[in-house]
Design a protein around this ligand. Sequence first.
Ligand SMILES: Nc1ncnc2c1ncn2[C@@H]1O[C@H](COP(=O)(O)OP(=O)(O)OP(=O)(O)O)[C@@H](O)[C@H]1O
Length: 250
Amino acid sequence: MIEVKNISKTFNGTQVLHNISGKFERGKTNLIIGSSGTGKSVLLKCIVGLIIPEEGKVLYDGRKFLEADKEEKAQMRREIGMLFQGNALFDSKNIEQNVMFPLDLLTDMSKSEKADRVNNVLERVGLENVNKKMPSEISGGMKKRVGLARAIVNEINYLFCDEPNSGLDPRSSLLIDELIQEITHELNVTTIVVTHDMNSVMGIGEYIMYLANGRNVWEGNSDTIISADQEDLQDFIFASKFMKKLKKTL
Ligand SMILES: Nc1ncnc2c1ncn2[C@@H]1O[C@H](COP(=O)(O)OP(=O)(O)OP(=O)(O)O)[C@@H](O)[C@H]1O
């Protein structure tokens, strides 16, 4: 479980996170949602340690991340897998080399152990016979799968996904969401997904934190969100014409 307690962050005199608290449980797909500019990415960066908040605590299964020394932080970082918004694949490396990168960096596994591990995770995300292809030779959906394979190639406890559906068509988005949820359950990891995709919210929102203007104004899940009575959350959910039509049928 990852717990955030009273996180506040200010940039150049403008407060973008106000006293955010919440619990992201292990074995669940936890979502941070909200409109553009509400502080989702800043909160995720505070959790990962890329941004240091002025106030607050981040606990990784009880371990204080922000106060940890260099070695403890490095250990916690080894337990983290990250799926980046733009995939962040190395264009000059083939798929196998991309997925192997964290193993090269963080482990002393033998070459054949690493190759086995890479093949296992590629198979797990539904990619076979692509090892020697270059990123430019595969589709956007496949690139996301490669990013996910790389995120789980180490034995991780925490999986963070920043807008995993950006740039994907609805069907590919659904497949990536399902894969993230299956992997979360199978590996029993604490997963946090930052998104504003309502399909993801309804599909995999086992815990949802809704941010508005840098505040955590609502928490719940995909079953309870439809009946949430906050006006701005309702506006967020029913922003599209399709959802507005759907609302009339509810
Ligand atoms: N390094 C920074 N320096 C100054 N301001 C920043 C910095 N990072 C983020 N901000 C500001 O913090 C606010 C929240 O940004 P953030 O990227 O967290 O929004 P978001 O909810 O993730 O939006 P989106 O969905 O568009 O990615 C924005 O006003 C942004 O301009």
